[in-house]
Ligand binder design. Structure first.
Ligand SMILES: Cc1cc2nc3c(=O)[nH]c(=O)nc-3n(C[C@H](O)[C@H](O)[C@H](O)COP(=O)(O)OP(=O)(O)OC[C@H]3O[C@@H](n4cnc5c(N)ncnc54)[C@H](O)[C@@H]3O)c2cc1C
Length: 453
């Protein structure tokens, strides 16, 4: 049996640990059953954002009439857009493979692994043992148990990247951010999109008024059914049917489209890894249970990234990697601040958020709410941005910023100033006390923080 100082399961954000351990001169085993780079590089953030950028440009060009620019898009070359999306994936994999090949202290097992006891993994016919183990095994798509779903070739965030031709029409089952982003993309490409969401709104984790504005804006370009359950799918002439039931009225209807995409969330990979054989505890949803220091219940076994099911974003995983490595290496107890993790939804309009919503903050704090519209700033006016807004959630006594939510152009960039304030537990004055360039969109942040009620 081979023995290692460090075993890393998962080559997504787990690569941070691999590189740190190698630079400390340790013997490392990396295990991954899939392509190096994990979800973000291969089938997540990077390909989706490569596709969304041209989609944003299409929506922008189509909306430019309001400035007196009468532009018409002659043609959208779907295969060029899909081909361009593959470039950074291939480059990223190539880079990682080269780094792996050139690291003499690293063994890469490109296979599925599972625990056979506390510190031992089985990979194919081999057993390996590690002094420290990092479980960074991520998550995979959760497909709902809908009648007939296994009999149709539905698309997922993985198979959608292999499309050669733009589907004429598409039903997207799910209303989270993956569904919203791909709905935006395909609608911009010219596909007739219908979104079917079981809950009462899309993007349930966002502020209700953010979800509502997204629904309003996306509805101009696609059909959106909320409170609607998918009860059956099957083949139909020219594609597929999806039978849905309105959860309020109970009324059923049959939708049809050339393609069906399932984007109904993620599930843990802990089952593949058979973590129960090691005695590692999992939570109710079978994600690996960790404390604030990212330790599992087993000494020297850490877990982070999607594997712990908390804040399932790459930047969160990268931060967690830094903390897990620091704690494992130095025997210290640095905490992961899960409350300061920002996220964005790359639709048009764009959404970005950090910290608590009004509802969640209101449970434990006395709060003030501040709002500003893009149109309250000169830059917002120059863009003729009428609907976008920012919303601040602030603790009344201390004026500490607990949460901030933006929907509108460049939301993912604008939020960063507030991310820093939330992470540093700063008060309103840390932002309103600083100058903001006039006339820049960043003025919307102090504007929202000056309207607290
Ligand atoms: C469509 C989509 C778009 C996204 N967009 C964004 C975005 O814009 N920004 C953002 O921050 N996040 C985004 N995310 C989320 C982001 O991709 C994930 O949070 C991130 O990739 C998680 O990294 P990870 O390393 O924890 O898991 P992964 O990247 O999933 O890595 C886990 C690895 O473990 C391997 N593995 C699992 N089990 C085993 C086993 N038993 N044996 C061997 N190997 C195993 C898997 O093959 C996998 O490669 C997106 C996700 C999706 C699906």
């Amino acid at each position: 049996m081979k023995e290692y100082d460090v075993i890393v399961i998962g080559s997504g954000v787990g690569m941070n640990i691999v590189f740190s351990a190698l630079s400390d001169g340790l013997r490392v085993a990396l295990v991954d059953r899939g392509d190096v780079g994990g979800t973000c590089l291969n089938v997540g953030c990077i390909p989706s954002k490569m596709l969304i950028y041209p989609a944003d440009r299409i929506v922008e060009i189509e909306g430019s009439q309001r400035f007196g620019i009468n532009a018409k898009i002659k043609d959208v070359d779907f295969s060029t857009i899909m081909g361009r999306m593959k470039v950074p994936i291939l480059q990223g994999r190539k880079f990682l493979r080269r780094e792996i090949r050139n690291s003499k202290d690293l063994d890469f097992y490109n296979k599925e692994a599972y625990f056979v006891d506390e510190y031992t993994l089985k990979i194919g016919n081999e057993l390996i043992r590690g002094k420290r183990i990092f479980i960074v095994s991520g998550s995979r798509i959760a497909v709902p148990p809908v009648k007939g779903i296994d009999e149709i070739d539905y698309l997922t965030n993985e198979s959608v990247l292999e499309l050669k031709k733009r589907p004429r029409s598409m039903i997207i089952i799910g209303g989270g951010y993956v569904a919203a982003e791909y709905a935006h993309f395909f609608a911009a490409m010219g596909t007739e999109v219908t979104v079917v969401e079981m809950g009462d709104r899309m993007l349930r984790q966002e502020e209700p008024e953010v979800s509502e504005l997204l629904r309003k804006e996306l509805s101009k370009r696609m059909g959106i059914f909320t409170n609607t359950e998918t009860v059956e799918t099957g083949r139909a002439r020219g594609g597929y049917f999806v039978k849905v039931r309105d959860r309020l009225s109970g009324r059923e209807r049959r939708l049809a489209a050339a393609a069906v995409m399932v984007a109904t969330g993620r599930k843990s990979n802990a089952d593949l890894l058979r973590v129960e054989n090691s005695g590692i505890e999992t939570d109710a949803a079978n994600y690996v249970a960790v404390d604030r220091f990212l330790r599992t219940n087993k000494e020297n076994i850490y877990a982070f990234g999607d594997a712990v099911g908390r804040q399932m974003f790459t930047h969160a995983g990268d931060k967690e990697a830094e903390i897990a490595w620091h704690n494992a290496r130095n025997g210290e107890k640095r905490e992961m601040d899960f409350d300061a993790v920002p996220h964005a939804v790359f639709t048009t309009p764009q959404i970005a958020s950090v910290g608590l919503t009004e509802e969640t903050a209101g449970r434990d704090h006395e709060i003030l709410i501040g709002k500003a519209h893009y149109s309250d700033t000169v830059a917002g006016d120059t863009m003729a941005e009428k609907e976008g807004f920012a919303k601040a959630v602030v603790e009344k006594d201390t004026e500490r910023i607990l949460g901030f939510h933006i929907i509108g152009p460049y939301a993912s960039i604008l939020i960063q100033e507030v991310v820093n304030a939330v992470a540093n537990r700063s008060s309103v004055n840390s932002i309103t006390g600083c100058m903001h360039i006039f006339p820049a969109l960043s003025e919307i942040i102090p504007e929202a923080l000056s309207n607290l009620k």
